[in-house]
Design a binder for this molecule. Structure first.
Ligand code: PBG
Length: 322
């Protein structure tokens, strides 16, 4: 045999030299759930190792993460007051903008602050926009999302990330930000967000489950890959600086397709259900967690993601899994 594929697999150093994919800390984004009690810390039962933090606890955690080289956060707010307009999400000094301002003051430009923009956690019905006669209204929801994004930008967010899946929201948010002078605040669009069963633990964590029905009339059908490319290209044209595919693992083909269809940086969200499945199997001793996490994050990058949002970020760096 002239060609022996095994030759280059002989030693650890050789394998390292010919490795095609590497995941670097700078590509990882750590999500956080922010609660109103500044000193609060609440473990999330469905996501072992993840807790909701008040701003003081958040600052401490982010400080430690920065030392590990983990320099991007994605913030979600939890709101004690919910109504049918999602007011808590965009009123002055809301929980997320307070956290953003504090993190910015504490860490300056060393930290990239990304905020999730969506109405579900601040709406009493748990849907991602204004609900009328059982329907989530698209155009009527855009001003609310824009107001939420603007409040984050004012507080100092680098990037706002709309996850609601209303049509035209990227353009609406871009206009609002520009008119207010925030021309440098970037938009990471959750451009391809599937109506997925993998969000289960998150809805628990963010207290954002819809009280009635589901999100299938606005989030994407998991069966559709071509539609994902259309969504992505559309968001790019509306002014998105970065795109996203979410969830990640069951959609590696979609990551690849979007990667090939556009040249904007692409993020993939390794979501709560994907995280908790790994945690549950590891707890039972069924898998080697470090190995599996490395394999998962590498696969997402190999598929074409530039950035990976993962709840495993801190642990993967701390324990040198990558
Ligand atoms: C809010 C939102 C969700 C996630 C991120 N932003 C949940 C949903 O659509 O119900 C899911 C994240 C995760 O599962 O880790 N719209």
């Amino acid at each position: 045999m002239k060609i022996r594929m095994r030759r280059l697999r002989t030693t650890e150093v050789l394998r390292e030299a010919v490795a095609e994919t590497r995941v670097h800390a700078s590509q990882l984004i750590q999500p956080h759930f922010v609660i109103e009690d500044p000193r609060g810390e609440e473990p999330i039962l469905s996501m072992p190792g993840v807790a909701r933090f008040g701003v003081e606890k958040l600052v401490r955690r982010v400080g430690k993460d920065l030392e590990l080289g983990l320099s991007s956060v994605l913030l979600f707010g939890l709101y004690s007051k919910k109504d049918d307009r999602g007011t808590s999400a965009y009123e002055p000094n809301n929980v997320v903008s307070t956290a953003v301002a504090r993190l910015r003051k504490e860490f300056g430009a060393k930290l990239t602050i990304i905020t999730d923009v969506c109405m579900c956690a601040s709406m009493d019905h748990g849907h991602c926009g204004i609900l009328h006669d059982g329907k989530v209204l698209n155009d009527e929801s855009l001003p609310l999302l824009s107001a939420m994004a603007l409040s984050h930008a004012r507080a100092g967010a680098d990037v706002v990330a709309p996850s609601d899946m209303m049509d035209g929201r990227v353009a609406a948010i871009r206009d609002t930000l520009d008119e207010a002078g925030f021309t440098d605040t970037a938009i990471l669009a959750y451009s391809t967000k599937f109506a997925s069963g993998f969000y289960g633990p998150f809805r628990d964590a963010a207290d954002s489950a819809p009280k009635s029905g589901d999100r299938k009339a606005y989030q994407m059908d998991p069966r559709n890959g071509r539609e994902a490319v259309r969504e992505s290209v559309l968001d790019e044209h509306e002014g998105a600086d970065m795109l996203m595919v979410k969830p990640a693992l069951a959609y590696l083909d979609v990551i690849r397709a979007v990667r090939e269809a556009t040249n904007v940086p692409l993020a993939a969200y390794n979501v709560s259900g994907e995280y908790s499945m790994v945690k549950a199997a590891a707890k039972n001793g069924w898998i080697d967690e470090g190995r599996v996490v490395k394999e998962i994050l590498t696969a997402i990058v190999r598929a074409g993601a530039d950035l990976v949002i993962t709840y495993h970020g801190t642990e993967a760096l701390e324990k040198r899994w990558l």
